[in-house]
Design a protein around this ligand. Structure first.
Ligand SMILES: [Zn+2]
Length: 84
């Protein structure tokens, strides 16, 4: 499976990923626990799923939530950690 530089959840195994959104949503996740639930995902798909799972009001208006025109959900790299 070509990665084209896309980040995967497993790139952060043992660490944390953080998301933030213009709608005010902000979450920090344990990556290992997340992978038990979702398997290893590319970050774009992960964001789509999280927007829906966390109830981002703006994302919910779009079905399927493949594109989030109104939702600015993104990774918050400043708060993310990789396992050392
Ligand atoms: Zn949002």
């Amino acid at each position: 499976m070509p990665r084209d530089g896309m980040q995967l959840l497993s790139d952060y195994a043992g660490g944390k990923i953080a998301i933030t959104c213009s709608c005010g949503l902000s979450r920090l996740y344990d990556v290992n626990r997340m992978m038990q639930r979702t398997g290893d995902l590319g970050m774009p798909e992960l964001l789509d799923r999280l927007a829906l799972a966390e109830g981002c009001a703006k994302s919910r208006q779009v079905q399927p939530p493949k594109h989030r025109p109104e939702c600015g959900l993104r990774l918050d790299f400043a708060r993310m950690t990789r396992a050392s």
